[in-house]
Design a protein around this ligand. Structure first.
Ligand code: ADP
Ligand code: TRP
Length: 327
């Protein structure tokens, strides 16, 4: 089973990304052949500062490595190290109706948020389909917001196969990440666009400060509290072990514990998970040539797969010499 997913390099990764996507990506490396790439071509739809794009791209690589991605097991690479995806994007564009793209909800959401509606933003799903199809991926782990894009990749692969009468592309399936929504410090879904994130690799001090600032209600210290209506507890539940979760829930219900204490408990479990990763990340920052090496070596590996498929694609649609089809 070949698994593939892309991660945009358009900001600092946060706890929502970690609990909603990264833990699942990393767990899959033990069971499947995994390709994970940093979607820097996609990030160019919104980031137009070259230094920032470069920094975010390297950050995602270091974050994944520090959090436990094993580059010997999973192929972690940069999207731009396989430029063939851009060629396939064009080819898929030529067999895909504009109507399909006009129905993309993610495009409409982004434009509604004020992102400039460039051709790149509009054809974002075609590039994503090329990413998926070029590696003949079986499974694509994504969040709910991306399932429509995977369905579009199924459609585009089908259009190509149908147009040219050959099953060149495999039908990929989306694998929905566990459907937990991680709340941000204001209680809304944690997202970099809402400015409510707890970043994965801030300093320990800043992370604690962010946690101490989580919004809670004004129930007094003495009063019993409902753990299920509290943002602090919601995050604790996602990070701590079941015994710890039960113990904290009891303290909420008993009364006599202020939210400040609950926040301190949360800060401790967050540090338990992120502390060792922060150390590994600091070591990687001191060995950037290792990070670059991982990306280029894995990029070469991924590119070989893509080049094999592209040779077949070009021949199938008559872009290079091949057998006459006599159609
Ligand atoms: P952001 O909303 O910060 O821009 P992305 O859309 O880039 O995050 O997220 C990448 C992936 O991380 C998503 O497809 C989703 O699987 C996961 N993710 C992001 N935020 C959350 C969240 N608050 N809860 C659960 N999963 C999340
Ligand atoms: N669009 C995805 C996101 O924003 C990232 C992505 C790009 C992707 N290409 C992909 C995900 C291919 C899965 C497969 O999260």
């Amino acid at each position: 089973m070949r698994v593939l997913s892309g991660i945009q390099s358009n900001g600092k990764l946060h706890l929502g990304n970690y609990l909603g996507a990264i833990t699942q990506h990393i767990a899959m490396q033990h069971e499947h052949e995994c390709f994970f790439f940093i979607a820097n071509y996609h990030s160019l739809t919104t980031i137009h500062d070259p230094d920032l794009l470069r920094a975010y791209t390297r950050d995602v690589a270091m974050d994944y490595l520090a959090l436990g991605l094993d580059p010997e097991k999973a192929c972690l690479f940069r999207q731009t190290d396989v430029p063939e995806v851009c060629e396939l994007t064009w080819i898929l564009s030529c067999v895909t109706g504009k109507g399909l793209l006009e129905r993309a909800t993610s495009y409409k959401d982004k434009v509604a948020k004020g992102i400039a509606s460039s051709m790149g933003l509009f054809s974002y799903p075609v590039l994503m389909a090329a990413d998926i199809l070029i590696y003949r991926s079986d499974l694509v782990p994504v969040g709910k917001d991306q399932t429509q894009h995977v369905e579009m990749a199924q459609d585009m692969g089908g259009y190509f196969n149908q147009t040219f009468g050959k099953e060149v592309f495999k039908r990929p399936e989306a694998k929905l990440n566990e459907s937990r929504v991680v709340p941000g410090v204001d209680g809304q879904k944690m997202s970099k666009s809402y400015g409510n994130t707890i970043e994965l690799f801030d300093t320990a001090k800043k992370t604690k400060k962010r946690i101490m600032g989580i919004k809670t209600d004004s129930t007094p210290v003495e009063a019993p509290k409902d753990p299920d209506g509290c943002n602090v507890f919601a995050l604790y539940k996602l990070m701590a072990n079941p015994d710890e979760v039960n113990a904290l829930a009891d303290r909420y219900r008993a009364g006599g514990m202020g939210y400040g204490d609950a926040k301190k408990e949360l800060a401790e479990v967050v540090e338990r998970v992120l502390g060792p990763a922060r150390e590994r990340r600091a070591a990687l920052e001191g060995d950037l040539s290792f990070v670059e090496d991982v990306l280029t070596t894995n990029g070469t590996k991924a590119r070989k797969v893509a080049q094999g498929v592209m040779a077949e694609v070009r021949e199938t649609c008559g872009l290079i010499a091949g057998k006459e089809t006599h159609r």
